[in-house]
Write a protein that binds this ligand. Structure first.
Ligand SMILES: Cc1cc2nc3c(=O)[nH]c(=O)nc-3n(C[C@H](O)[C@H](O)[C@H](O)COP(=O)(O)O)c2cc1C
Length: 165
């Protein structure tokens, strides 16, 4: 089994860019960074740690390319694998901030993959998000629209956490 694979869906390229930054921090080569638009869900099973990233679109929906991918992924048995999730969003969309992170977690639940890389919720300013149970975020949330200056530090901190997971 390979060590770490990154899977992303991105409409305007922001999540894609972050996926590659994360790849550098985690020592993941480009061949292990996958756009879910052209990747078979079964590729998830190749990795000990699956890092899944989506932006949020519409009113709190998954990035489009994730729907088909997660339909397939949800049927896999991944109980010997770990999963970390990151999301790109906009804190000013205060009722749906990074909902896609919660959606991925929910749709991956049947796989029994073990979630790692939860992140403090109190560093964000939002009213409602599907990405949290109220205490912690299910993964790392990033806002490149309003707070791009803190992305690199958060990414580095989170990469160090999930690398050891
Ligand atoms: C039409 C539209 C709807 C959006 N809806 C949400 C939303 O509901 N929640 C959120 O957190 N961000 C929302 N966003 C912000 C995007 O998720 C953000 O711009 C993200 O960086 C885009 O990443 P991508 O280029 O990888 O798709 C929306 C952006 C647009 C343009």
């Amino acid at each position: 089994m390979k060590d770490i694979g990154i899977f992303y869906g991105s409409t305007t390229g922001t999540t894609e860019e972050v996926a590659h930054k994360l790849g550098k921090l985690l020592g993941v080569s480009d061949e292990d960074i996958h756009n879910v638009a052209d990747t078979a869900p079964s590729a998830l099973g190749d990795y000990r740690l699956m890092v899944l990233g989506s932006s949020t679109w519409g009113s709190g929906e998954l990035q489009d390319d994730w729907y088909d991918f997660l339909d397939g992924a949800g049927a896999l048995n991944l109980k010997d694998h770990k999963m970390a999730i990151f999301g790109l969003g906009d804190e000013s969309m205060t009722d749906t901030f990074c909902n896609a992170v919660g959606e991925i977690r929910k749709r991956m639940e049947p796989t029994e993959a073990v979630l790692v890389g939860e992140y403090p919720a109190d560093v964000y300013d939002y009213e409602h998000s599907e990405a949290t149970d109220g205490n912690t975020m299910y993964g790392l949330l990033l806002d490149e629209v309003n707070r791009p200056e803190i992305t690199d530090k958060r990414l580095a901190d989170w990469a160090a956490i999930i690398k050891k997971a």
